[in-house]
Design a protein around this ligand. Structure first.
Ligand SMILES: Nc1ncnc2c1ncn2[C@@H]1O[C@H](COP(=O)(O)OP(=O)(O)O)[C@@H](O)[C@H]1O
Ligand SMILES: Nc1ccn([C@@H]2O[C@H](COP(=O)(O)OP(=O)(O)O)[C@@H](O)[C@H]2O)c(=O)n1
Length: 280
């Protein structure tokens, strides 16, 4: 099984190189520095001219994606990572990546800080990276700002590049990737561009009314354009329609480690850290 998975990964790498080669023929996608993962699924982006090269590139990405997903289902990461507290085997060819998911206000950022302190992970929040990108005067800053305010998911071509650049810049090997992947396009883009899947998903489960109360509380000081009731409702809708299917997908692979986050921060952390016992 391991040999099969290794051989499959080698062929995935070969496909990935082909995707890279394709990239050279897709100028607008290259302008964002990403592989054959395009913004084509996002009408707002197409309307803003992101989608021009995307149509062809997206078709290519779609052709690669089933391979990556099949590997994810069969590969050797899937089985061991499902075990509570297990760490990836030593000599792993890629960094340890934990995707941290949960609704807006579920407490992802709060708990990530605790894990960083105790288990030596680097915390990368996709939302924080996007907000910094939006303020950096980048060409697509206005589009990102508008999408965040509307609770929409920014095209993966932007987010995956920000995440991979931040990982590289850190020089570290263990990452909590918070608020990502937020939809299927995010997930597929990650697998095609990074070339490997997460080790497991840490999922914070919290009722909507609790999250709403927390977000309105956070909004009193956060200065965030989306911590208001109108944006919050839109974010909840996006979470249910686009993000929960990703959690369900990983649950099907037995990669989800779930925590009830409708408790005090200390109680939530007591549960959370149990999932990281192998990383002490
Ligand atoms: N377990 C908890 N109980 C009560 N409030 C919490 C809890 N966890 C986080 N908070 C607060 O709720 C708000 C949202 O938490 P945060 O960690 O930013 O969530 P997320 O990153 O999932 O959006 C913050 O103001 C935070 O201080
Ligand atoms: N993978 C991601 C993560 C965040 N985002 C955007 O950033 C916003 C804020 O995300 P966040 O993770 O910082 O905040 P929460 O909604 O979890 O509190 C989302 O509502 C999206 O608009 C995105 O487009 N793609």
């Amino acid at each position: 099984m391991r040999q099969v998975a290794r051989a499959a990964r080698a062929s995935e790498r070969a496909l990935y190189s082909t995707a890279r080669a394709y990239e050279a023929r897709a100028p607008l996608v290259v302008a964002e520095g990403n592989a054959a993962v395009a913004a084509g699924s996002h009408p707002a982006v197409a309307a803003r001219g992101f989608g021009f090269a995307a149509a062809g590139a997206f078709a290519t990405a779609a052709a690669f994606t089933p391979t990556a997903v099949a590997l994810c289902a069969e590969g050797e990461e899937a089985a061991p990572a499902g075990a509570e507290g297990s760490a990836p085997s030593s000599g792993s060819a890629h960094p340890t990546v934990v995707f941290v998911l949960g609704g807006p206000g579920a407490g992802k950022g709060t708990q990530c800080s605790n894990i960083v302190n105790d288990f030596g992970f680097v915390h990368l929040s996709a939302g924080d990276l996007l907000r910094a990108h939006m303020k950096s005067g980048s060409e697509d800053g206005n589009m990102v700002a508008e999408m965040i305010k509307n609770g929409q998911i920014v095209p993966s071509v932007v987010t995956v590049r920000l995440l991979l650049d931040a990982m590289k810049a850190s020089g570290k090997e263990r990452f909590l990737i918070d608020g990502f992947p937020r939809n299927k396009e995010n997930r597929d883009a990650w697998e095609v561009t990074a070339g490997y899947d997460c080790d497991f998903v840490l999922f914070f489960d919290c009722p909507e009314d609790v999250m709403e109360r927390r977000l309105l509380g956070r909004g009193e000081t956060s200065g965030r354009t989306d911590d208001n009731i109108e944006s919050i409702k839109k974010r909840f809708k996006t979470f249910v329609e686009s993000s929960m299917p990703v959690v369900d997908y990983y649950a099907g692979l037995k990669k989800v480690r779930s925590v009830n986050s409708d408790q005090s921060p200390d109680e939530v952390y007591a549960q959370t850290k149990g999932h990281f016992a192998a990383f002490v």
